[in-house]
Ligand binder design. Structure first.
Ligand code: GAF
Length: 387
């Protein structure tokens, strides 16, 4: 994010609220390299931060009022009283920042109010965690201004609680942790059971490779019910198998576990995806640490097949990206994020990027789909103060 962006957001804050902001913060969206729908099963994930960020100019208030404004949404400043914040009372964008304030208060970190102006370059509805970026930037700003002393992973937990309870979306912990804790040039190997983390160097350019994000422009906002169903299905699978979470099934005991599920086809599919996906994350980490980044391609492809066939959350547009990219020389490709639309990632030799991009655009045109948005993703910094 450029210094100019921070200055523009601060300038807009002055116009809206008639005073200098106390500071400006930024928090990124994310792309998940591998580890999908494992985070609410206590499993492994491996996201990295995008250069696209939500930026917030923020000042404290002392009168119990929260004022919110977004550059990206029609309408003026929204004024709320802290005493009135209540879970699931707000169906608008303001539920994300207000939910963070509520979650901070619930955790004993009471505020006396704030003025907040937000502007984001994270594409909304593209499976790139625009909501988590909004939550994390607000949490980070308030944490610093009020001196709560919370660490990145603690902010992520509070943001997840805001989204689960205040907004009412049953998401896991990956996106908020990615936005809060990722580092430039690295992917984050995260154990979602205890939030232990390892930064894995991920510099594809140095290896002559690229990672493309292909936003299918299919908005995944109607997927919330399906997301909740998958989550409930995984929890049912864990209960049937007598474990706390599907994370507890050792890879070598998967076949035995599936046999125990008998003809419960849905449970078999969900359990198989989660357990094999955890294994794919660990395999990806091992390959990257062994200096074999090209070898992760087939692991990504296997992850896509599992999400498409077992977890059943892909869609024709995502499958078309993956199939077309692989047919034109990509090393690997998969859908990324929650599914039912959003984005796919493509791992490719730098020399093949143009051919693959054109082929995907052509395939979308031929299929009559909305043109996709393709961009190269380089692991960027996590949430931070920018002025
Ligand atoms: C969405 C959720 F917000 C994450 O918690 C995660 O479950 C992801 O879907 C799927 O891996 O982004």
């Amino acid at each position: 994010m450029s210094v100019d962006t921070a200055a523009t957001v601060a300038e807009r804050f002055r116009e809206l609220y008639g005073a200098e902001p106390e500071g400006v913060w930024a928090a990124p969206g994310r792309v998940n390299l591998i580890g999908e729908h494992t985070d609410y099963n206590d499993g492994f994930v491996m996201p990295f931060a995008l250069p696209h960020t939500a930026v917030a100019a923020v000042s404290r208030r002392d009168d119990g009022v929260l004022r919110l404004h977004s550059e990206d949404v029609e309408g003026g400043v929204v004024e709320l009283r802290l005493d009135d914040l209540a879970p699931e009372s707000d169906k608008a964008w303001t539920a994300y920042p207000a939910g963070v304030v509520w979650a901070l208060g619930q955790a004993g970190h009471a505020l006396t109010g704030a003025d907040i102006h937000l502007a984001s370059t994270v594409p909304a509805g593209a499976g790139l965690s625009s909501s988590a970026a909004l939550e994390v930037v607000v949490a980070l700003a308030l944490n610093e201004l009020y001196g709560f002393g919370l660490k990145g992973w603690q902010l992520a937990r509070l943001c997840q609680r805001a989204e689960n309870v205040y907004v009412g979306a049953p998401v896991g912990i990956m996106d908020q942790t990615a936005s809060a804790c990722c580092e430039a040039g690295h992917a984050l190997f995260l154990d979602t059971r205890d939030l232990s983390q390892k930064q894995i160097p991920f510099d594809l350019a140095a290896e002559g490779m690229r990672l493309l994000v292909v936003d299918t422009q299919v908005k995944h906002s109607h997927s919330e019910g399906e997301y909740g169903k998958r989550r409930a299905g995984c929890e049912r699978g864990a209960a049937l198998l007598g474990v706390d979470a599907l994370r507890d099934i050792p890879y070598g005991e998967l076949d035995t576990a599936l046999a125990r599920l008998g003809d419960d086809e849905e449970a078999v599919r969900l359990v198989r995806h989660v357990v094999t996906e955890d294994e794919r994350v660990e395999k990806t980490v091992a390959l990257l640490e062994a200096g074999e980044p090209r070898a992760i391609g087939p692991v990504l492809v296997a992850g896509h097949a599992s999400l498409r066939d077992d977890f059943r959350i892909s869609c024709p547009e995502l499958d078309l990206v993956v199939d077309t990219a692989l047919a034109t020389g990509a090393l690997g490709a998969r859908m990324t994020g929650g599914g039912f639309g959003g984005s796919a990632i493509v791992l490719a030799e730098a020399a093949d990027v143009e051919t693959i991009t054109k082929a995907v655009e052509q395939a979308f045109d031929t299929a009559g789909f909305t043109a996709p948005r393709v961009f190269e993703a380089v692991p960027a910094a996590g949430a931070r103060r920018v002025s």
